[in-house]
Design a binder for this molecule. Structure first.
Ligand SMILES: [Zn+2]
Length: 121
């Protein structure tokens, strides 16, 4: 009992350290894209970003979702982040280059509600 607990703990630690290879990022990304019925051209970038983000490339009407180092490591966190960023695209939050603080606050709140509770406002 004691030993298996310690082993579990150890394996848990290895899973965290193993980084992005222990679950399928692309699979989760496709799943969540499908949940929103999003047929837009969206590229997922798993790089050493400090923060996750979404941006629109206006020249070819495509989107890039960048996932931060931290958000890549944990499956739950990764899914939440993907949901959050996809929801911004779904609502057209990135289609306008400028917006007011109040609009920004609303966009963030809306995306967080979807990320956490799948509530679509
Ligand atoms: Zn956001």
């Amino acid at each position: 009992m004691e030993y298996s607990k310690r082993l579990q703990k150890k394996q848990g630690l290895f899973r965290v350290l193993e980084k992005s290879s222990d679950f399928r990022h692309e699979e989760i990304f496709s799943e969540e894209k499908k949940n929103l019925d999003l047929n837009k051209n969206i590229k997922l970038e798993l790089k050493n970003y400090k923060d996750s983000f979404t941006l629109k490339r206006f020249n070819d009407n495509s989107y890039i979702i960048g996932i931060s180092d931290d958000d890549q490591r944990d499956e739950k966190l990764f899914r939440k982040t993907v949901k959050h960023e996809l929801y911004h695209i779904f609502k057209g939050d990135c289609d306008k280059e400028e917006f007011t603080i109040l609009e920004g606050f609303w966009k963030e709140t809306r995306a967080r509600l979807y990320e956490n509770y799948s509530i679509k406002l």
